[in-house]
Design a protein around this ligand. Structure first.
Ligand code: ZN
Length: 161
């Protein structure tokens, strides 16, 4: 088996007025928030899928079904912690993650340091090992109309044996 593997993840959520907007483990000041079964943290979900993909452990919906009441309104930080545990159980350690959030508003950049701080301990890595980039969709499509947000991530994992 390879000692280094890479995985990618992608997720989309609708945005709705009056909802809390959780992104990267941080609650953003916003009038709209993401809609979902859990807290709908699109960035954490993309990272979970990148890590699970790297370890070939299916995807977040397989482990934390949106039909399961246990995960209703759940803090997605729990999912990332559990995914990291699943990887550790298989002998994998997280190397680094690199992510992109596509969102029209609010601005993500002022919150990136807080997101890195929230996410690093969940994966047992340092803030230096997490890159979060943000862009808009140039007012086009569902992101441009502020109907939704998407995030993608790549993750590298490694093992020593
Ligand atoms: Zn999601």
């Amino acid at each position: 088996m390879n000692k280094i593997r890479v995985g990618q993840g992608f997720d989309v959520h609708q945005l709705e007025e009056g909802r809390d907007f959780w992104l990267g483990g941080v609650k953003l000041p916003a009038t709209k928030g993401a809609v979902g079964h859990s807290d709908a943290d699109v960035l954490i979900h993309a990272i979970c899928d990148a890590l699970l993909g790297a370890a070939n452990l299916r995807d977040i919906g397989f482990h934390f079904s949106n039909k399961d009441d246990r995960w209703k309104g759940k803090d997605s930080k729990y999912f990332l912690k559990e995914v990291t545990k699943m990887l550790h159980d298989k002998g994998w350690t997280v190397g680094n993650v690199d992510c992109t959030v596509v969102l029209e508003a609010p601005k993500v950049n002022p919150h990136i340091d807080a997101m890195k701080k929230a996410l690093a301990p969940l994966m047992n890595i340092t803030e230096e090992d997490i890159s979060i980039k943000a862009t808009t969709n140039e007012t086009m499509g569902y992101v441009g109309r502020e109907e939704g947000v998407n995030a993608s991530a790549v993750a590298l994992i490694f093992r020593k044996d």
